[in-house]
Design a protein around this ligand. Sequence first.
Ligand code: FE
Ligand code: FE
Ligand code: ZN
Length: 277
Amino acid sequence: MLQIGCHLSSSKGYEAMGKAALSIDANTFQFFTRNPRGGKVKDIQPKDVEKYHNLAKEKGISRLLAHAPYTLNAAAKDPSLREFAKNTMADDLKRMEFTPGSCYNFHPGSHVGQGAETGIALISDMLNEILTPDQSTTVLLETMAGKGSEVGRTFEELREIIDRVTLNDKLGVCLDTCHVWDGGYDIAAKLDEVITEFDRIIGLSRLKAIHLNDSMNPLGAHKDRHAKIGEGEIGLEALVRVINHPALCKLPFYLETPNELDGYAREIQILRENYRS
Ligand code: FE
Ligand code: FE
Ligand code: ZN
C-alpha cells in the first residue's frame, strides 16, 4: 500500500493530526515541531500523545516525519544563530522520543557567503554535538533547491556532511522532488539516472522519505516554489513514475503542495489511483 500523507498543522496536537490524516485517506503525515519560524514551543501533552498512539495503531498510521523550523541555520556566520539552531534541534530531538522511531527532517543550512565547504563543516559540527547513541529518531538531511547559498543542492554535499558525522547511522536523506528538480536533477526525463546517481553518491539505504511536490519553475531554476501535483513543470506523469519506481515505491511520500485539507485529499486520491506497486 502507498504510504502517503501531507504536511499538517501541529497546533492542535498529535491526536488532531492523526484524525486529520485519516480524514483525507493519509496513512502518515509531516508536521512542524514548533512554529516554523522557530522559537517557543508548547510542552508535549503525554495524554494527547497516548491517544495518538492508540489511534495510529488501530488505523495503521505509519511512522511520522517531523520537520525542523526552516529558519534555523546551522551554517550561519553569526555564532549565536548557530547556537540557536543547535539548541532548538537538540530540544526537538528530546521531544521526538514521545513518538519513538520517527524521522526528523531539516534544511542543512545556508553558508551565507562563507563557501560550501565551511557550511558543510559547520553543519556536521552541529550534528556531532546533538546526535546521541540512544536516540531512536533518524535525522534526515533534505535535498535543497540551491536557492541563495543553500547547502545540500547536490548529492555530493549531502554525502560530505554524512561522512563527517560520527554517529551517521542516525542520519538519512529526505528527497524533495521540487527541490531536486529546481536544483537541476531531471526527475521527469531521467528518473532512473537520477536515482542511480543518488545511489552511487549517497546510497539508497540512506533515503528514508520523499517530499512529493510539483514545481512552479523549470529544471535548474534554483527557486523552490512548490506547485500542486500535476500543475507544475514536473507534471503528473513524472510524479506517478516517482511513486511507482521500484527503488522508491515503499518509501513514505509527503505532499507539501499549496493546498488546504480538501486539496490534499484530492491529490492523495489521484496518487492512490495511479499506484501500481
Ligand atoms: Fe523542507
Ligand atoms: Fe520539502
Ligand atoms: Zn521547498
